[in-house]
Design a protein around this ligand. Sequence first.
Ligand code: FPP
Length: 256
Amino acid sequence: MSADQTNFGSLPWPDVLPQHVAIVMDGNGRWAQARSLPRHAGHKAGVASVRAVTEACGKLGIKALTLFAFSSENWERPQAEVSVLMELFLRALQRETSRLARNNVRLRLIGDRTRFPPRLQEEIAAAEEKTANGTGLQLTIAASYGGRWDLTQAAAAAARAALAGELRPEQITPERLEGYLSTAGLPEPDLLIRTGGERRISNFLLWQFAYTELYFTDVLWPDFRAPELAQAFADFARRQRRFGRTPEQLEQLQRA
Ligand code: FPP
C-alpha cells in the first residue's frame, strides 16, 4: 500500500514516538457481529489492521512492535474458531514474509509454539529465518503466549542453569531473569495499546509492562488503522514518564 492510500503522510504524527509499542488487538468478534458476519470475518479484517499498523510503525522508524495475536487462554475457544485462526496465521505468514524481509523487518514469534500444528511451526521457523537479518522494525507476534507462561519458562531456564552449575541463586537479579524472558533483547515496551474497550492486561507482558504507558480505546481492532495509531501516539507524547522519580528530579535530569 502506498503512503497516499493509507493517508500516512498527512497524519499529525507527534515528534516524540515510543520505541516499543505493544498491542492487544481486541474486538474482531464484535466487529463481525455488528455486520451480521461470522466471527472469522472479523479476524480476517483484523489482518488488514495488522498490515496497516506494521507498515506505519516501519515508516516511522519505530524499533519494536509486539502484537498479542493468541493467548494461552484462547486455546479454550470453540475448536472451529481456533482452526480458523491457525489457518489465518499460516496464510498471513505465507503471504507476507517476503514483503517483511524486503522492508528490513525482523519477525519473531513468542509463546509456546509446541502447541501449534506442525505445518504452522515449520512456517514460523521459516519466516523467522527468512527475516533474521532485518535490522529495521522488530515485529514480535505473541501467540500461544501468556505472561505467566513467559515468567514460568524463564524461571525454569534459570533453574536448569543453576542445576548445571552455571548460575548461583544469589546471581539471579532482575537483569539476569530478564535475559531468560522471551522478549530478551527488545527494549521495554513504552506504550501498550488495547483496542475494543476493555481495560485489562489479560496476561500479556506482565513483567515487561512495569513502566509502560497504557492506552485504551473503544475502537474495534479491524477499525484501528494509521489515523487511530496517530491518535494513540499523540496521547503518549503528552504523558510525563517518571519511572518512580519525582517531577522535580525529572526536570533536573532533563536540564543536565
Ligand atoms: C481478539 O478479538 C482477537 C483475537 C483473539 C485474534 C487476533 C488475530 C488477528 C488480528 C488475526 C491475525 C493476526 C496476525 C498476527 C496475522 P476477539 O475475537 O476477542 O473479539 P471480541 O472481543 O469482539 O469477541
